[in-house]
Design a protein around this ligand. Structure first.
Ligand SMILES: Cc1ncc(COP(=O)(O)O)c(C=O)c1O
Length: 374
């Protein structure tokens, strides 16, 4: 039987060679290669500062801390995301306040946001779900009207844009993931992008205990004393992770182009079929195509059938508010966020990555259609 992995990374020999160079050097932790990756990502995004960290979860957590968000504060976000989004808010002691998703894209429904803003609201944390950007122009206007900040959860969306706005351009901060299945990956890794020099400097300290000098600053050439003026975490991206990412970043648009072609194939094959619902792409959007999802009524049956025929699948996402911890702590129940629940009960993610072969995607398409009809 054919086996089609849900995801395969596309690391190349020169990526591995860059890592070997670091391993043969004296300096493994945060240093020149981290700096090089940060500068290149900043240039790709057209944002002044990028801070490399160990995950997107760390990026979200530090972003909130950099704005002093904590106990007693509220942060508006979506239940249609990975639990890391809301967990990062909880890690600061603040409370996530959910706003339901919109049916067509799965992104946070901006029309419903205003009613959830209170005098405790300090931030809005939209998630660019599956790689499609939220309506950042409207979110920015709303945030400015109420004097709150915007932290973009861009774990799925490095390459996206909407209405001429790129990821991170209207947000105060944008957070990225280089987790094992992401568009570019270092196994685990993340980054924060911001236009603010002051916050970038603070974030650099917060990612390293709050120390005012990194290991590179302390040990290159001559030992230098350091001090600690804020309480930070241990979230710094090292040279090994950065080395793996530099080459992937150089070919990020070519990798995106391949996923775009694959996503079109899926869309064309499934368009108009009864029994399948597809997410829609908003006009004037460049979808980053991190994930391709379909929605079907008997989702778990379909999941089992596809896996039985050798196709790797995933579920992104069962809504956060219905996870046991959130139900028990906050008393959430079914019916609280009906659109997120409807997507969460019906969604399946199909294989989507640049090395997915033509015969493989055709097999996935044929199998899905077959199983729909049986
Ligand atoms: C929307 C979203 N936000 C945040 C994260 C957390 O990313 P990381 O695993 O890099 O911490 C993920 C992980 O997949 C995600 O899907």
């Amino acid at each position: 039987m054919k086996k089609i992995e849900f995801f395969r990374h596309g690391l190349e020999e020169h990526d591995i060679a860059r890592v070997s160079d670091v391993l043969r050097s004296i300096f493994l932790t945060t240093g020149a290669v981290t700096g090089e990756f940060e500068a290149r990502l900043a240039s790709y995004l057209d944002i002044d500062h990028v801070i490399g960290v160990t995950s997107c979860t760390a990026a979200l957590h530090l972003s909130l801390l950099a704005w002093d968000i904590g106990p007693g504060d509220e942060v508006i976000t979506t239940p249609m995301s990975f639990c890391a989004t809301a967990n990062a808010i909880l890690l600061t002691g603040a409370t996530p306040v959910f706003v339901d998703a919109e049916e067509t894209t799965g992104n946070i429904n901006v029309d419903l946001m205003e009613t959830k803003i209170t005098d405790k609201t300090k931030a809005i944390m939209p998630v660019h779900l599956y790689g499609q950007m939220c309506d950042m122009k409207r979110i920015r206007q709303l945030a400015d009207r109420y004097g709150v900040i915007v932290i973009e959860d861009a774990a799925h969306c490095i390459e996206g844009s909407r209405d001429g706005i790129k990821v991170g351009q209207l947000g105060d901060l944008a957070c990225f993931s280089f987790y094992a299945t992401k568009a570019i990956t270092s196994g685990e890794g993340g980054a924060i992008a911001t236009h603010s020099l002051e916050k970038a400097e603070l974030l650099k300290m917060l990612r390293l205990h709050g120390m005012d000098k990194s290991a590179a600053d302390r040990y290159t050439k001559q030992y230098r004393h350091w001090d600690m003026s804020v309480l930070g975490w241990k979230y710094n991206m090292d040279n090994i992770q950065a080395a793996l990412l530099v080459g992937q970043l150089e070919r990020i648009d070519a990798l995106w182009q391949k996923r775009e072609e694959l996503a079109r194939k899926y869309e064309q094959a499934f368009a108009g079929l009864s029994g399948i619902t597809l997410m829609q792409t908003a006009p004037n959007s460049r979808h980053a195509h991190h994930l391709f999802t379909i929605q079907v009524a008997e989702r778990d049956t379909m999941l089992a059938k596809l896996q039985a025929r050798g196709i790797g699948v995933a579920v992104n996402f069962r809504p956060i508010h219905l996870l046991k911890y959130y139900r028990e702590r906050f008393g959430y129940k079914e019916g609280d966020f009906p659109v997120a629940e409807c997507i969460g009960a019906r969604t399946i993610s199909l294989p989507l990555y640049p090395t997915l072969q033509d015969d493989e995607i055709e097999y996935v398409i044929r199998t899905v259609i077959d199983e729909l009809n049986t």
